[in-house]
Design a protein around this ligand. Structure first.
Ligand code: SAH
Length: 353
């Protein structure tokens, strides 16, 4: 509860569920339909302050301002790709932390990739988001606002959200699940669960827990290796959870939700792109109802990992296909505006220092 209060002790109203807001209205001696009106203002219409809630009396708006905070993230940077129109946004949070989000235009609609934490503590070797460790978890309101502010800035409806920006969403479980319920709420943006994707490095207990939330979102697993030994070289979390258990959790998730999984596999030259590794991968994924996304690793200057050669990538894909595994090579979006996950945030923070 503490993390939903601001410095003045006001409750973060945007993180409250409709039910919680109803209880708050009751405590203020208000009728319960007020909760619905306020919820619609915040989540349906993206209101940035109480003053704009024109069907609420001035007296109640004043009371709301005393009891609650309603903060909107501030856009401190925007970059637009000249190649494909992808946009990257930098947002400053109340406490000065900075996060980044990406807006992508696809034929099926507009997609926003949000951050779930400022920084990250998972330590994946190829990832820029984790270089300075975890600053803090984001609140549900701060995840929602990345979508709301981008929708306002672009003037176009967001139809898909992927939690694939900085941070490990399952390391911020409560706030992320709260976010998912709010963004899919019928009085909010009402984005259906099938248009929501959560990407995890594979926190097994939380994957099981998520399977029981009755939130049939798409689960993406950052796999990146076909065996524990290789995976440990790239992802410290592989020291905690065995691949066998991670894949069992994926199977369980599919059984509980009926949702096909996505396996992300960033190809790093000489580390995880050998033909034998492709064969091993195919064997392990057989019957798992998943789809493999091959991503040529995006090099970051702090590490010396190199992208696989084009022919190695194509060959890796062919091996998976030959073995009956669904696979695509991910199209790179916005390659001219800021490289790998977390790089924009990091260069901004370095500039500030
Ligand atoms: N923590 C979550 C989500 C954030 S990262 C997770 O691990 O899934 C989103 C995806 O981008 C992950 O698959 C991650 O492994 C990948 N990624 C991070 N840095 C990358 C880089 N430099 N090149 C290619 N993929 C990268």
């Amino acid at each position: 509860m503490l993390d939903r209060l601001d410095n003045a002790g006001r409750l973060d109203i945007k993180s409250l569920t409709l039910e919680e807001l109803g209880e708050e209205m009751e405590a203020l001696g208000e009728r319960s339909f007020r909760a619905k009106q306020i919820f619609e203002w915040i989540h349906g219409k993206g209101a940035e302050d109480f003053a704009s809630m024109t069907n609420i009396s001035a007296k109640l708006r004043e009371k709301l301002g005393e009891r609650f905070s309603l903060t909107a993230l501030e856009i401190v940077g925007e970059r637009i790709s000249a190649i494909d129109g992808t946009r990257k946004y930098l947002f400053r949070l109340e406490d000065g932390n900075v996060i980044e989000s990406v807006w992508m235009k696809y034929h099926h609609g507009n997609s926003v990739c949000i951050s779930s934490q400022a920084g990250c503590r998972m330590g994946c070797r190829f990832c820029a988001s984790t270089l300075d460790g975890l600053a803090r978890n984001l609140r549900a309101s701060e995840m929602l606002d990345q979508v709301y502010r981008i929708q306002a800035a672009t003037g176009e409806r967001v139809s898909n959200v992927v939690i694939m920006g900085s941070g490990e969403p399952l390391d911020n479980y409560e706030n992320v699940v709260r976010f998912l319920r709010l963004i899919s709420h019928e009085k909010g943006l009402h984005i259906s669960a099938r248009n929501l994707t959560l990407s995890t490095c594979g926190l097994v207990p939380q994957m099981h827990r998520l399977a029981g939330e009755e939130l049939p979102i798409t689960l993406a697993l950052s796999l990146h290796a076909p065996d524990d030994e290789t995976r440990r070289k790239l992802m410290p979390i592989a020291n905690t959870y065995k691949l066998e258990d991670v894949l069992a959790a994926c199977r369980y998730y599919y059984e509980q939700t009926g949702r096909r999984l996505t396996f992300e596999y960033s190809l790093v030259r000489g580390v995880n792109d050998a033909p034998e590794q492709g064969e091993t991968l195919a064997r392990r994924l057989k019957g798992l109802h998943g789809h493999v996304n091959l991503i040529p690793v995006n090099p970051i200057k702090e590490r010396d990992y190199v992208q696989s050669r084009r022919d190695a990538i194509q060959n890796f894909k062919n091996i998976l296909e030959k073995n009956g595994i669904n696979v695509t090579i991910r199209r790179e979006m916005g390659r001219d505006i800021g490289g790998a996950c977390g790089q924009l945030r990091k260069s901004y923070m370095e500039g500030e220092r």
